[in-house]
Structures are given as structure tokens and as C-alpha cells.
Write a protein that binds this ligand. Structure first.
Ligand code: F6P
Length: 356
């Protein structure tokens, strides 16, 4: 049964990632097929504060499946941190005549959606997105595959130039406090050492293994997560609350300096940074984005509010939103063991340096 005259809003919040446009497209096409008009709110929750929006018909999204970024724009606006923010969101809901709102985002965006549903019975449905792949309620988030694939390709390029110059190369990747991007990049590019936030780096062990790899191949590659802790190097940088400062000085630069000193091999570093988040989504992210977008529109039409779409195995299902924002999904011991097996450098100290 169609629901003519009904409206569903869509917003994208937090850091962008490839796959958002396919998700918007999937949601719009499915919602239209169910008789809903779609309104795209501008720049995340900010759009629900100001009401700024655009009407999205299937024709408007027909050609965005292969486009990076988000056509709606994004921001890290939190209505709970703005004066009268929550009443403004509720007012926009009414004024725009929304029957449902699909919020696409990570922990923070979905956290707001969850709270609005719990406290105000807001008719929201969540779609998880993050290149960090750190949301525990879903097996994969779109954005991750593209970001890790781009980093893997960058790593291979570093190896080419590194081999010519007989250097050790260090690539720093994003991923925040979960090491998934670094882990997949390292495994995919056949790195010689991987440094993850889930365990301390043993500098002596790393230097020894890199020296061995370099002697064998005339090049060695290290992939490091941006949120790395440097263990007993005495080079940690923390803020006044004891939290690591991510960007005070780049992890790659710092690591390269240490490696060069310890190995005596000329070492260079590179940071892929936001290039990882741009460009066309991979096939995997296009399909996953499309599937979760379509499912979100179905959940909205069925009145299944307070739910988030999740990938479980190969099924796209609805799960409670509050579960989605509970715990951070970090690299497991099983994955560490696999990386230890295939990346020649990182094996020996895995147990001794287990997460604290
Ligand atoms: O959470 C996604 C992410 O790309 C992280 O990997 C990274 O640390 C962060 O966002 C960067 O945020 P911004 O785009 O605000 O600099």
C-alpha cells in the first residue's frame, strides 16, 4: 500500500565517506516507490536546526551512485550541544511535515538519533556509515572498503619509489581509535610491519624486522594508524586528561625518525589523510550503500523507528539504534593473529603487547 502525501527526511552527518550518495539514492528510490516524498536536509543535524532542505526525487539521484562525498553536505552539529537545539529539531520535524527521518552517520550522528527517539519518540531510522568500520552492531560500514583500497594502492606506490631509493617507507592512515583501516591496508599491500592503536609498538622488534626485510628486498613498508600509541619509546604525547593527541605531530613522521635512527636505513613517511575519503566508491560500497539506503526507507515506511540498518553476514537487517552506538568495534585478537602471520614484521610480540 502506498502512502501518498507522506514525507521522509534524509540527513548525512559526521565525516563524509564514499557510499553516502548510493545510500541516499537507494533511500530516495525506495521511498518514492512506497509513495513518499523525500526531503534532503542540508549538512547533517544542522539542517534539522535550520530547516534548510531540498526536495529529492528519483531523477535527482539517478546519477550519483558513483560519486564520492554526499550531495547533502555534512557537519558535526550536535543539537544537544546547542541552545534550544532539540526543540528546534522537533519544530522542523513538524514544520516540514516529516513522517520519518533517515539519519545517516557514525556514532555521534546516530547517538543523537537514538536519544531523540528515546526521549521524544522521534520517528527516526539510522543508517551506519564510517570509513573507520568501528560500529559494533554491523559487520561492515560503507566507506571502509573504498578508504582501505585507496590506502592499499597508495602503499603500493610508496613501495615502488621506496625500492628505487632503497628506503623504508611509512604510510599513516586514518581510522581513529580502531585499527581496521591500517590492518586491511597492511594486509592488502603486503606490508612488513603494521602499527595499530590496539597494541603498543615494540620499537626494537620493529626495527629488527624492518632491517631484515630491507636486507632481503631493498625496501620495507610500514603501515601505521593515526591513533597509534608509541609504547615505551618515551615519545607519547597526551593531553591534560591523559588522552593521546592525534595531530600534534604526525605518527608517520615520528615513526620514520625512530626507524631511521634505529635501522640506519634512510626512511620516508607519507600521510594519505583526507584523500582516503574522496573519490568514487568501490563496487562493494556502492552495493552496500544502496542496500542499506533501501532498507532504511522500508523500515521508515513500516514505522520501525529507533532502529538502525545493519549488515549481519550477508543480510541487511534492522537492529535497535542504541545497540549501534554502544561499544567501539576494535581489531580482535583473531585479526591481529592473522596480520601477524602474513605481515612478516608484527608477529612475535603480539601476546606480550596485548591491549591494556
Ligand atoms: O571518522 C572518520 C575520520 O575520517 C577518521 O578516520 C579521522 O580521524 C577523522 O574522521 C578526521 O576528521 P575530520 O574530517 O574532521 O578531520
Amino acid at each position: 500500500m502506498t502512502k501518498k502525501g507522506r514525507r521522509v527526511g534524509i540527513l548525512t552527518g559526521g565525516g563524509d565517506c564514499p557510499g553516502l550518495n548510493p545510500a541516499i539514492r537507494g533511500a530516495v528510490i525506495q521511498a518514492a516507490a512506497l509513495g513518499y516524498e523525500c526531503l534532503g536536509l542540508q549538512e547533517g543535524w544542522k539542517g534539522m536546526l535550520t530547516g534548510e532542505h531540498q526536495v529529492l526525487a528519483p531523477a535527482d539521484v539517478a546519477e550519483i551512485v558513483g560519486k564520492g562525498g554526499t550531495i547533502l553536505g555534512t557537519s558535526r552539529t550536535n543539537p544537544y550541544k546547542k541552545e534550544n537545539g532539540v526543540p528546534a529539531v522537533l519544530e522542523t520535524f513538524k514544520r516540514l511535515g516529516l513522517d520519518a527521518l533517515i539519519a545517516m552517520g557514525g556514532e555521534d550522528t546516530l547517538g543523537v538519533a537514538s536519544k531523540l527517539h528515546k526521549e521524544h519518540k522521534c520517528a527516526v531510522v539510522g543508517v551506519p556509515k564510517t570509513m573507520d568500520n568501528d560500529l559494533s552492531a554491523t559487520d561492515f560500514t560503507f566507506g571502509f572498503d573504498t578508504a582501505a583500497t585507496l590506502a592499499m594502492e597508495a602503499a603500493e606506490r610508496l613501495v615502488d619509489t621506496g625500492r628505487s631509493h632503497r628506503r623504508i617507507m611509512v604510510l599513516e592512515v586514518m581510522g581513529r581509535h580502531a585499527g581496521w583501516v591500517a590492518l586491511y591496508t597492511a594486509m592488502g599491500a603486503g606490508a612488513d610491519y603494521v602499527c595499530l592503536p590496539e597494541r603498543r609498538v615494540d620499537v626494537e622488534d620493529m626495527a629488527r624486522r624492518l632491517k631484515e626485510a630491507h636486507a632481503r628486498k631493498k625496501v620495507a613498508l610500514v603501515v601505521a594508524s593515526e591513533a597509534l600509541e608509541m609504547g615505551e619509546t618515551g615519545m607519547e604525547e597526551v593531553d591534560e586528561f591523559g588522552h593521546m593527541i592525534l595531530k600534534k605531530r604526525g605518527v608517520a613522521e615520528k615513526l620514520a625518525e625512530i626507524i631511521e635512527k634505529k635501522t640506519g636505513v634512510e626512511t620516508r613517511s607519507a600521510v594519505i589523510g583526507h584523500m582516503q575519503r574522496g573519490g568514487p566508491p568501490t563496487m562493494f560500497d556502492r552495493i552496500l550503500g544502496t542496500r542499506v539506503g533501501v532498507k532504511a526507507a522500508q523500515l521508515a515506511a513500516e514505522g520501525k523507528f529507533g532502529q538502525m540498518v545493519a549488515l549481519r553476514g550477508n543480510e541487511v537487517v534492522g537492529v535497535p539504534l542504541d545497540k549501534a552506538t554502544g561499544t567501539l568495534k576494535t581489531v580482535t585478537p583473531e585479526w591481529l593473529a592473522l596480520a601477524d602471520l602474513v605481515c612478516t614484521g608484527c608477529a612475535a610480540k603480539a601476546k606480550a603487547l596485548a591491549p591494556r
